[in-house]
Design a binder for this molecule. Structure first.
Ligand code: UDP
Ligand code: MN
Length: 177
């Protein structure tokens, strides 16, 4: 059955990354055999200057704008681009990148961020992200906790992505905060 995907990209001040994202992700989705039955839209949600970045709030705005025009959403960092990835309909919330992050697969399997798929109804049931995480980190940990408390089972798909380089705002090279 055809499913409607909305890709939400929280964004500010990473022009080069956005150019690469837009040169990669739309064609990847339209050419992906796993997404043969998926109609995808991409929504870049840009934060105005003046306050610290708030990734969770931007994703909430994107999900709200898409509303019931989509069946599931992909919360997608702008700097993480697919090489081998499965963006198809998720029965459970799924982080679809395990390989190719700046840290190893073992840590990736413990996280729930970077590029994740969630049914719109599950995201709404969990009340989305908290809006209270300003600057780097932990909004994704909080979302995973919210999903677990709703009885969902956030998991992983073994995707391979490439990470575009940028100065680290909050994590060490091994991925620890
Ligand atoms: N982001 C952005 N501008 C910023 C900070 C973050 O656009 O100033 C977005 C962007 O999509 C980025 C994501 O938020 O990929 C996660 O932030 P970041 O890459 O700094 O986190 P990390 O690489 O440490 O996970
Ligand atoms: Mn990054």
């Amino acid at each position: 059955m055809r499913k409607r995907l909305g890709v939400v990209v929280p964004y500010r001040d990473r022009e080069q990354h956005l150019a690469e994202f837009l040169a990669t992700v739309p064609s990847f989705l339209s050419e992906s055999p796993r997404c043969e039955h998926v109609t995808a839209r991409i929504l870049i949600v840009e934060q105005v200057p003046g306050k610290p970045f708030n990734r969770g709030a931007l994703c909430n705005v994107g999900a709200r704008i898409l509303g019931d025009s989509v069946d599931y959403i992909c919360l997608h960092d702008v700097d993480t681009l697919p090489i081998d990835a499965d963006y198809s309909w998720p029965e459970q919330p799924s982080m679809i990148v395990v390989h190719g992050l700046k840290f190893g697969a073992e840590l990736a399997r413990k996280l729930f961020g970077t590029v994740v798929l969630i049914q719109q109804a599950q995201f709404i049931a969990a009340n989305g992200f908290s809006n209270e995480y300003w600057d780097w980190g932990f909004e994704d940990v909080d979302l995973r906790e919210r999903l677990l408390r709703c009885g969902f089972r956030p998991g992983h798909r073994e995707g391979t992505f490439r990470s575009l380089p940028h100065p680290d705002l909050g994590s060490n090279p091994d991925g620890t905060p």
